[in-house]
Structures are given as C-alpha cells and as structure tokens.
Design a protein. Structure first.
Length: 570
C-alpha cells in the first residue's frame, strides 16, 4: 500500500463532542457510516480500497468506537443524521457522497432526506426497513441485553456466544430454524472483531442509537420516496436485510437497486457504484492536531501513536510512561491530577492500546525510545520531566540515554532488577502470544493472566515464592478495561515487554546519574525490585496511594530539580 493511501486516525471536535474517524486518500469526499453495534473498523478494508481515488472519512458514529455519544436516553435517526451534518460543518465539507451499511444505511438515507444540499449521491447497503412485527423482538430487552463485567470473567463467554450466535440466527436469541441466516458461520477473527467493537460500544450507552435505527421502518420508506439524490440501494443475497430491498418505494431518476448474488466481490461493486455517481467536491486533508486537542495521533512512517495532552504552560512538561502490558489508561487518574499544574503528555506506548506496534519481528527498546523522541519533536516539546512505571521506566532510561537533552528528571517506579538469565527466561512467558480461538477462550485467558499478575510475580509462577503479598483492589471494570487495552493490540502487546527483557539496564542507569529518582510504590508488582534499587538510587521518594497526592509529590520533586528549558510547547 502506498503512503498516500494509508488511512490515518483523527479526532474532530464537533462543539464539545469528540468524533473519531479514519481518513486518507485524495479526490471526491466520501463519508462512510458503519453498522451497529460496530464502529469504523467494520468498513476499514473498504475504506482502504476507496482511498485509491476518493478522500474517505470512515467515522465512528456517536456513542460507538471512540466517538462521544449524543445526549439523551431516546434518540432518533434524524438526530444522528444531523450529527453527521455537524461533522461536515466542523471539517468544512460543503457536499459529500455517502456510503452506509445497515444502521449506517439508515443514517445515510435520513441524511439525504434532511440535508439534500450536502449530498452528491449515495450507496446504501442493507437499508433497514423493519415492520412493526419485526421490530418487536429486536426492541426486546434480551436483544440488547446489558453486559456488566464479571469479577469471575464470565462476561467474556457470554459476549462471545452472543456474537457467535448472531452469525447463525437473526435475532441471535431466537434459535429456531425459521430465523437461520443464509450465511457462513463467523470465523474467530470476525467474531473477535464484533466482541471488541461491542465492548467499545458498552463504554457509552449505545442502545438509544440502535433502538432508533430498528424503529426507523416506515420512516425509511417515506424518506426513500422523496430523496432525489442519485444513488444505489444494494444488498447481498445472504444479507439478513436483503428482503428489505423489495420494500423500497418507486425510486427517483438516477437511483437503482442492485441485488447481489452470493460470492460476488461486494467491495468492488460498492467502489464501482460510488464511481458511477456525480462526484462531490474534493475532500479536505485532516492534519494531526498538536495544539488545542486533548486527544490526538502522532503520525509515524509505520503507523500512529495515540497521545493525550492536558494543561499548558507552566514548568517543564511532564511525560507519563505507563507499564506493560497495558496502555495509558493505567495512569489516567494521575494524568488528570497533574493537568492543572502545567502541560502533561500521556501516550499509549507503541504496540499498546490505541498506538500501532513497531515494524519488525523483534524491535529493540531503542526503537521505542526513538519513537517517543520523534513524538516530542513533532509537538515542539524541547525537554520533559518523566514519571514512568514498570516497563515504561526502562523505556524512560533508554530515552534519556539516547536523547539526553530531551530529558530532565526521571522519577521511576518498578524498574525490573533481574540478571540476563532471568530476563531471558521471561521472554515469551511474561507476555505470551495471543492466538484467537474459535471458542473465544483467548479473552478469558488474557483476563486471567492480567488478574493473576496482581497476585503473583511473575504471574505464571505457581509456587508460594511468587506471591506478591501486597494490598490489592480487585475491580471488575478496571480489569475488563485493562483486558480490552491489551486485546486492541493482541498481535503487538508483547513487543515492549520483550524489548525490555532483552535490554541491558546498566549503561542507561549510569547515563541517568543524578537525574534518576526512585519513586517507591508499595502497590506496584515490582515493589521488591524498587527496594533492591534503594541502595544505588541517588534520590528516592515514596509515592502516596492516591492520584492527587502523587501529583503533588511529583510536581514538588520536579520543581526542586528543574533546569531552565526554553522552546517547549504542548
């Protein structure tokens, strides 16, 4: 794939609401609207194809993926269509072509109905036009049953079975021959994607959107009767919404229906249909925001790094580097508490959370350090004080060794103290490969690994000697969020862990000198390791248990040791 066609993740502020999307390509502007309860991941393969000759915007609809929800417990498809109009206003797009699938087709149709001057044409796959009798089981509580994280991990089997069954029956809970889908069973990769998107949707109250789309029925037929924009209604024969094509009213000039037989190249047909429409104006490239956006993405040659930025001005910016496995969410409370004291940056480290992994089979820790340095340079941050935890602490030391002018003080918690043989024995075990299983058991195994790491170090050692014997808080929501952070990068989550295990800390510790402050934390898994470093650390502090106390202590510690630095921005 050429660099021009690579899609990039962006955030756009629409009023006070964050909208997340993928964008790329050049040429006529095409907005892509996904189905429910999914997000833009569903349409990414098609979006990559379309980016060859369109400027595409694959959007997470309100309340799905990483987009903020619309307010209210009851929503309409009209409100969702207006939300897309507001997004076009925020980007500066006067008119676009629209592709929508299932729920996205409903929103796209209503957008064409309500905002005809903003649409040049449409391709809608599987417009839902349910009758009242069909709506009743879909609006029943068991169809959109809430799923609370379970401290025993049972919610993973429930979620997996729900989407496993959705490939077989529609609705998924009506397991009778009459409700069978005329489609192949889902693969482990397909079901995993749906489960991951479902868990993202559960972070918000997604059901008002889904109910609005299911209830659209008669309004969909009424909208189709008056929409004049050129367009194509299509569906594949195996699509559960294929029969709904027959419910459409007589179409306007320039509109047509395409009934697609099984085993056809549907993306190619959609691509051709969009190219057959009158082209809208050219799209607008969305550059990575570095000023004024709390959430943004740093573009790299191989992918992107997700970065949170809070606060401005004040003293030297503070860079927080999280532990692994995991993501920046682990330090979010501290990030928020520090934000009122100046500029704070909290990235998801490469291969963690929402940041892409590094290229190559075995990236070195220096590669991670160079990516962090490049991110700081792109944000015009000349120098940072760093608080880093666990495997992030090793990365902080290597960052200082390779880019010493960018680093002020280093307050480090949980720095691994182990010899080469012990480190080598941990490779492939501390962060073992995750393989997607047809029965979904990889979700439970990963959750149990993270849960056990709260009790034992290393987590896979079963003997009494591995017990941590530290105060613990088992919280189902936190464990589930942690598991989802790891699963978003299931192919890459081990990269940072293995890089640290292959790394020799001694040269980096020597290079840190008096910059090194040992931040002792009795709650961290490597608290014993912290204690072993006390004799050699030039300075140490003891971290309070609460985020506000930690923020105050770190701010005071950095202020005492600050070196004047100019030219930093945030």
């Amino acid at each position: 794939m050429s660099q021009e066609r690579r899609l990039r993740r962006r955030y756009v502020m629409v009023g006070t609401r964050r909208v997340h999307l993928w964008t790329g390509g050049a040429g006529p502007a095409v907005v892509m609207i996904h189905g429910s309860p999914g997000n833009a991941w569903l349409v990414l393969p098609l979006a990559e194809r379309l980016a060859a000759h369109f400027c595409v915007y694959a959007v997470d609809s309100p309340g799905f993926g990483a987009s903020d929800p619309l307010p209210g417990e009851t929503l309409s498809v009209a409100q969702l269509a207006d939300a897309y109009r507001d997004l076009l206003d925020a980007i500066g797009l006067p008119r676009v072509a629209v592709f929508g699938t299932h729920s996205g087709a409903a929103i796209g149709l209503e957008f064409a109905h309500r905002h005809p001057s903003r649409i040049s044409g449409f391709v809608l796959e599987g417009v839902p036009a349910f009758t009242l009798d069909e709506q009743r089981p879909l609006l029943a509580p068991q169809y959109m049953v809430p799923l609370e994280p379970d401290l025993l991990g049972g919610h993973y089997s429930r979620a997996w079975t729900r989407f496993h069954d959705q490939f077989i029956w529609f609705p998924w809970y009506e397991r009778v021959p009459q409700q069978l889908n005329e489609a192949d069973a889902g693969s482990a990769e397909q079901i995993h994607l749906w489960v991951e998107m479902y868990f993202q949707a559960l972070r918000h109250e997604y059901r008002p959107v889904y109910r609005a789309v299911i209830s659209y029925g008669a309004a969909a037929i009424a909208a189709a009767a008056v929409v004049k924009a050129p367009g194509v209604y299509l569906a594949e024969r195996c699509d559960m919404l294929f029969p709904h094509l027959d419910r459409l009213p007589p179409l306007a000039a320039g509109q047509r229906i395409e009934r697609i037989p099984d085993s056809q190249d549907v993306p190619a047909l959609i691509d051709a249909a969009l190219q057959s429409l009158p082209p809208p104006p050219a799209g607008i490239a969305l550059d990575a925001a570095t000023v004024g956006m709390e959430y943004s993405f740093h573009d790299q040659s191989h992918g992107q790094m997700f970065v949170r930025t809070s606060g401005t001005g004040g003293a030297t910016p503070v860079l927080l580097l999280h532990d692994a496995p995991g993501a920046g969410r682990q330090l979010h409370d501290l990030y928020a508490a520090l934000g009122g004291r100046g500029c704070v940056l909290l990235p998801d480290l490469p291969g963690c959370g929402d940041s892409d992994g590094l290229p190559g089979a075995v990236p070195a820790l220096g590669d991670f350090a160079d990516e962090i340095a490049a991110m700081l340079a792109a944000r015009r941050v000349a120098r940072v004080d760093i608080h880093a935890v666990g495997f992030g602490a090793a990365l902080a030391l290597e960052l200082n060794r390779r880019h010493p002018d960018r680093v002020g003080s280093l307050a480090l918690t949980g720095l691994l103290r182990a010899g080469p043989a012990e480190r080598a024995a941990m490779i492939g075990r501390l962060a073992p490969p995750i393989e997607l299983a047809d029965d979904g058991s990889h979700w439970f195994r990963t959750w149990l690994m993270l849960r056990d790491s709260q009790v034992r170090w290393p987590w896979y050692v079963r003997e009494v000697r591995a017990l941590r014997r530290q105060p613990l808080v088992f919280d189902a929501e936190r464990l589930h969020a942690w598991t989802c952070d790891v699963m978003r990068q299931w192919k890459n989550y081990h990269q940072l862990v293995d890089a640290v295990l292959r790394w020799d800390p001694q040269p980096a510790i020597a290079a840190a000198g008096s910059k090194f402050i040992l931040a002792v934390d009795e709650f961290h898994a490597l608290h014993r390791s912290d204690s072993a470093w006390l004799a050699s650390a030039p300075h140490f502090i003891r971290m309070p248990p609460d985020a506000a106390g930690r923020a105050a202590l770190l701010s005071a510690t950095f202020a005492k040791r600050s070196v004047p630095a100019c030219g930093h921005g945030c």
